[in-house]
Design a protein around this ligand. Structure first.
Ligand code: KG4
Ligand code: ZN
Length: 358
């Protein structure tokens, strides 16, 4: 079955065709990063306008790349979480396409799709050692992106339950805010990652590790040991910079040490909560997805955590870590929770969480 997927939840306009949930036939991503860079973050109005301008060309390019013999059996689309005006562009394009092709429409949760990325493969990334996801349950999923950071139980593939999460900023957001504060540009994750690699010393600034107090209402019943908070980290960075350099700029020579220390705090927290979750239950694999999973130090730390827990670590190919539509088309094969007429009635759900039913 060939599914055409559409993704417009944030600042990437993307379309892809995936066969049988795993084999990426075509994958086209138009990134709007340059449009948002002058503003230091994603501007919803600019994002939705750019999606309107690009969606037709991106869908056409994905269909062309798939070739004239590729018959589309269904159309899948992200209906949440994300920016409402941005989601609407993709949802309406997908509805029109599904109607004109006379094929089912499948609504997909963006966060759940990120957790499908380690199972995607193509000619340049054949992933021969990655088994079928349906044979691997129960799995622990870690979704780390610009908008979300959560740990989910996948007791059956396509069924999700959040067991831990950040109570405020997402890990990617924490990277982005630090880069903005340090004047390093947007998006922050890649620049902080690169700067941190330049620091060879061991004299790290002791940034806080964001452990929420047990019983806090914000935990909403989740275990404090599986949750985190990144907002204090950002404030600690601000204080460090103000106390050390006043209102003046941070000297370029200090940037690598600050970035390495800040990144170390984020990576340490994510690795620690993951290790705790792996001790709580027997899992067959640790599955990680989302833009922050591109972070070199995080990949290494999660590798250590998985080895110690004796579970395989499944990470996506770098090209599938950031937002893309292959993950939407692939996930749709396994999670057809919104199909047919129900899918045509669906509206966007900007605050959708992993495991939410429409
Ligand atoms: O998954 P994604 O493309 O979009 C969302 O669904 O949010 O994630 C984007 C986030 C941004 O916050 C970006 O700074 C972060 O992923 N990111 C990284 C790295 N590359 C991208 N964070 C840390 N290290 C990286 N190398
Ligand atoms: Zn995403």
């Amino acid at each position: 079955m060939n599914v055409l997927g559409i993704e417009t939840s944030c600042d990437e306009t993307a379309c892809a065709v995936v066969r049988d949930g795993r084999d990426v036939v075509s994958n086209v991503v138009y990134t709007q990063i340059k449009l948002h860079q002058p503003w230091g973050g994603v501007v919803p109005e600019i994002a939705s306008r750019a999606h309107v301008e690009k969606i037709y060309g991106v869908v056409k390019a994905a269909l062309d790349e798939a070739g004239p013999d590729c018959k589309i059996d269904a159309v899948a689309v992200t209906y949440g979480p994300g920016l409402s005006p941005a989601l609407l562009v993709g949802l309406n394009a997908a509805k029109g396409l599904a109607m004109s092709l006379g094929v089912p429409l499948i609504g997909v949760n963006h966060m759940e799709a990120h957790l499908h990325t380690p199972f995607l493969r193509d000619a340049s990334f054949p992933a021969p050692d990655v088994p079928d996801p349906e044979t691997l349950a129960p799995m622990l999923g870690l979704a780390v992106s610009g908008g979300h950071t959560c740990w989910v139980d996948m007791l059956k593939y396509g069924r999700y339950q959040i067991v831990g999460q950040t109570l405020d900023d997402a890990a990617g957001e924490a990277f982005d805010k630090a880069a903005k504060l340090l004047g390093l540009g947007y998006p922050g994750g890649p620049v902080v990652d690169r700067a941190a690699k330049q620091y060879a010393g061991g004299d790290f600034i002791p940034f806080p590790k964001g452990r929420p107090k047990a019983g806090t209402a914000a935990l909403a019943g989740l275990d404090a040991d599986l949750c985190t908070s990144f907002s204090g980290l950002k404030t600690a960075l601000l204080h460090h910079v103000r106390q050390t350099y006043g209102e003046g700029p941070v000297p370029a020579a200090e940037i690598p040490r600050i970035c390495a220390s800040y990144q170390r705090a984020i990576v340490g927290v994510v690795a620690d909560r993951t290790a705790t979750a792996l001790r709580r239950r027997h899992y067959q694999a640790l599955v990680v997805g989302g833009g922050v999973s591109l972070n070199g130090a995080l990949r290494v730390a999660l590798g250590d955590v998985a080895t110690r827990a004796g579970v395989p670590l499944l990470l996506a190919a770098p090209k599938f870590c950031g937002d893309n539509a292959a993950m939407i088309a692939g996930m749709a094969h396994y999670r057809r929770n919104l199909e047919g007429e129900a899918a045509f009635e669906v509206d966007v759900h900007p605050s959708l969480e992993a495991g939410d039913e429409p």
